[in-house]
Ligand binder design. Structure first.
Ligand SMILES: O=P(O)(O)OC[C@H]1O[C@H](O[C@H]2O[C@H](CO)[C@@H](O)[C@H](O)[C@H]2O)[C@H](O)[C@@H](O)[C@@H]1O
Length: 361
């Protein structure tokens, strides 16, 4: 089994790493500065580590994030929060700078779903988006090409979002669809067709591993496996913390038979996905290309996300030297996003969207 990016957990205030890493400023068009982590650190983060060791460290990191453990690090969190927020200031506080940087450029919006457009809840089937968020995203899509980029499969996320005018990149970007031809940003005017499925030949394999994961984990109370078409998600949120190691081992024991699949970590979830080099960052690039901005310097992509998997998109923006990433997080976290938005995310995200719309009108 190969593994990458198995690093972040849900609520853990990862202060020490977040503030101790020396960041290198990267100038981007506009008046502000983005920060990126030194290459050696990025390479280090992506090193594949022995599976067993990795699973143990992941479970340890989840334990440390549970409320009882988190209390002991709270004062540290408070102390160091100020330092983190200086590096990743609130996108609302920096709104004028964002507007200045995007001047004369086409803003293109990329939005993660869970934890960004909808609150994190125990039951993944109940992660509803509010009507006010839907209305605001609809308005946003009238002004700027807008995509949902999510770990969920397109069908599920569409049921929540219900906006036909958006682009959707489901299964961590492995299933990309465009909006119907009636919408103005669909330049090709080809309606609702599949734009890209880079791992389509692995569909039967994912279906098979999903069934095996269901079977293997059924004895663990609270465990849940979600079929996300090109990925499968094993949820830990409702499992007794004492059983997390056991559940992680169950997942690992299934995965070791599937060299074409790998494991990544999200918020109290392990995600099984193809080993192909495709992620939310690649999906962002693909969508920009589909929109006709492949080599354009007149585009300003804004990506908003809350999760480890969104970091690939934040990094892609830094590599392109365009636009900016906004991390939705209550706690300081190691991130390649330039700015932050804090929970309750709905209020702050809607407020940011309203300000963008107001400025555009
Ligand atoms: O890329 P995203 O849109 O952020 O999707 C990532 C995963 O999100 C969902 O799980 C997360 O949200 C659930 C509902 O709030 C929560 O119960 C779970 O603990 C979180 O990990 C979704 O269920 C997964 O399939 C997505 O891959």
């Amino acid at each position: 089994m190969t593994q990458q990016n198995v690093v972040v957990s849900d609520t853990k205030p990862r202060i020490k790493r977040a503030v101790s890493v020396a960041q290198k400023p990267v100038t981007v068009p506009g008046r502000y500065i983005q920060y990126s982590y030194p290459r050696s650190r990025r390479v280090l983060k992506n090193l594949e580590i022995n599976g067993e060791q990795r699973i143990n460290s992941w479970v340890d990191s989840m334990r440390a994030s549970s409320p009882t453990h988190a209390k002991s690090t709270l004062s540290l969190a408070e102390e160091q929060y100020t330092s983190w927020i200086l590096r990743h200031p609130s996108a609302l506080d920096m709104f004028e700078q964002i507007v200045d940087a995007s001047q004369g450029k086409q803003i293109v919006m990329f939005l993660d779903y869970d934890g960004t457009l909808s609150p994190i809840v125990n039951d993944p089937d109940c992660a509803y988006m509010s009507d006010s968020m839907r209305k605001t995203v609809r308005n946003l899509a009238r002004c700027f090409p807008t995509s949902i980029v999510t770990g969920r499969c397109i069908e599920k996320v569409y049921n929540f979002v219900q906006l036909a005018e958006l682009y959707y990149a489901g299964s961590h970007g492995m299933d990309i669809k465009g909006p119907s031809k009636s919408f103005k940003f669909n330049k090709d005017k080809k309606s609702e067709e599949v734009l890209f499925q880079p791992a389509s030949e692995l569909l039967p394999l994912i279906a098979e591993v999903y069934q095996e994961l269901v079977e293997k984990t059924k004895s663990t109370v609270g465990a849940r496996v979600e079929n996300n078409k090109f990925c499968a998600s094993v949820h830990f949120r409702c499992v007794d913390e004492k059983k997390w190691s056991e559940l992680a081992q169950q997942v690992r024991s299934v995965l070791k038979e599937y060299p074409k699949l790998r494991l990544t970590q999200g918020r109290k979830v392990l995600e099984v996905r193809p080993t192909i080099k495709w992620d939310k960052g690649k999906a962002l690039e693909f969508l920009l290309q589909s929109l006709g901005f492949a080599n354009s310097s007149d585009v300003f992509p804004i990506y908003i996300g809350d999760d480890k998997t969104d970091e690939d998109a934040f990094k892609k923006l830094i590599d392109r030297g365009q636009g900016l990433g906004i991390l939705v997080s209550k706690f300081p976290k190691e991130t390649s996003a330039s700015y932050s938005l804090q929970e309750p995310n709905e209020a702050s995200i809607i407020s940011l969207f309203h300000r963008l719309l107001h400025h555009h009108s």
